[in-house]
Design a protein around this ligand. Structure first.
Ligand code: OSB
Ligand code: MG
Length: 381
């Protein structure tokens, strides 16, 4: 596939409601979209970095820099055998997985469209319908959280994940569990605890949670192994897993019994498939995490979730939970049974709304840089 052009755009999208985690509150998202044109066909990818480096070290601006100065120049004008070759060509760039994933996934979409097949088929996916869960932000009090859980269950979601942090944990989880004794329930701490908090985390064992996600430091597999040895509840790693080597280390060290796979966090579909394969070979269940994506990132998550290792409901939910208006058509919808029907259209399986994207764009750059960077100054600051 001949890479003719790469266009990088920053769009601003406002979440319907603020989302609170242990590292802060987000409502206004700064999303980078990557559009590639290869063999006359376009493909789309999304960079899932946040505006601030609180989940992992990347940000919207570091990704802009890395893609513009180091990733795009490597492939513009080149003829690639396939999308997977990209990960080899940019191996010399350390880290910056989310920046890489934005470009690589756009190439995967283009490759699938060139071949006229759905992306999930190109990836080797085997599922046609996905089980969906939701991730609920921290609330002002347990009562408010119970109400939110009830609403999501009524819509049909099959698994509820609660964000927790010290002081907003036991009481909240207890309230939800009391009201809903039999639902699939999990918690995500986004690195808010330390190994010394093990006794507090052990109190969660009584709530029969599906998992406790990433309680300890974002880069500390070793301490998670020590914690897992003290808990009955399975640990799931999110932030700690940036590639398949991390996944293997975590599994062999018994640092987790479940893995959350995020395309951005591991650098794109090629590496995500490797993580999936390792998890499957070790009978470690995997599931697809979310990063408050627009429809483009969401569509990629859906395609990835069709792979055999994804045996637990993911955080991939309906567009309407996040946005008044998404940038794809149709929007991602979830059935009353809490499932997503995988699209059989080619590429990511959804139509990208160019006009809508144009309205939301605040800066844009194209490679090769004939016209150089065009700053669209719609915003006051
Ligand atoms: O840890 O899974 C996480 C959102 C932003 C950053 C990190 C995480 C999350 C979520 C939301 O849990 C998942 C979603 O609904 O997209
Ligand atoms: Mg998480």
């Amino acid at each position: 596939m001949k890479i003719e052009r790469i266009t990088l755009r920053e769009i601003r999208m406002r979440l319907k409601a603020p989302f609170e985690t242990s590292f802060g509150v987000v409502q206004d998202r700064r999303i980078l979209l990557v559009e590639v044109i290869a063999d006359g066909v376009n493909g789309w990818g999304e960079v899932t970095a946040g505006a601030t480096p609180v989940f992992n070290p990347e940000t919207t601006d570091t990704a802009w820099h890395i893609i513009s100065d180091f990733l795009a120049p490597v492939i513009v004008g080149k003829d690639l055998a396939d999308a997977a070759e990209f990960s080899v060509l940019v191996e010399h760039v350390r880290g910056h997985e989310m920046a890489k994933a934005g470009v690589e996934n756009a190439l995967w979409d283009a490759e699938a469209r060139i071949k006229g097949i759905p992306l999930h088929k190109l990836l080797g996916g085997t599922r046609e319908e996905l089980d969906c869960g939701v991730s609920l932000g921290i609330r002002e009090n347990p009562h408010a959280l119970v109400k939110r859980v009830e609403e999501e269950l009524r819509v049909g979601y099959q698994r509820i994940k609660l964000k927790i942090k010290p002081s907003k944990d036991i009481e909240y989880v207890a309230a939800v569990r009391r009201q809903f004794p039999n639902i699939q329930l999990s918690v995500d701490a986004n690195s808010a605890y330390r190994l010394e908090d093990a006794d507090q985390l052990k109190e969660l064992d009584e709530f029969k949670l599906l998992m406790i996600e990433q309680p300890l430091n974002w880069d500390d597999i070793h301490s998670h192994a020590k914690l897992q040895a003290q808990l009955q509840t399975p640990l799931c790693l999110d932030e700690c897993i940036n590639n398949s080597r991390h996944a293997l280390a975590a599994i062999e060290m018994k640092a987790c019994r479940i893995i959350n796979i995020k395309l951005g966090r591991v650098g794109g579909h090629t590496e995500a498939r490797k993580v999936q394969k390792i998890a499957l070979e070790h009978s470690v269940p995997a599931w697809c995490g979310g990063m408050l994506e627009s429809g483009i990132g969401r569509a990629h998550n859906i395609a990835m979730s069709t792979l055999p290792g994804f045996s637990l409901p993911g955080d991939v939910s309906a567009s309407r939970r996040y946005w008044d208006e998404d940038i794809i058509e149709p929007e991602v919808e979830v059935s009353a049974q809490g499932t997503i029907q995988v699209s059989i259209a080619s590429g990511i399986g959804y139509r990208v709304r160019h006009e809508r994207i144009k309205q939301l764009t605040v800066r844009e750059a194209s490679f090769p840089t004939k016209s150089s960077t065009v700053a669209v100054s719609r915003l006051a600051s």
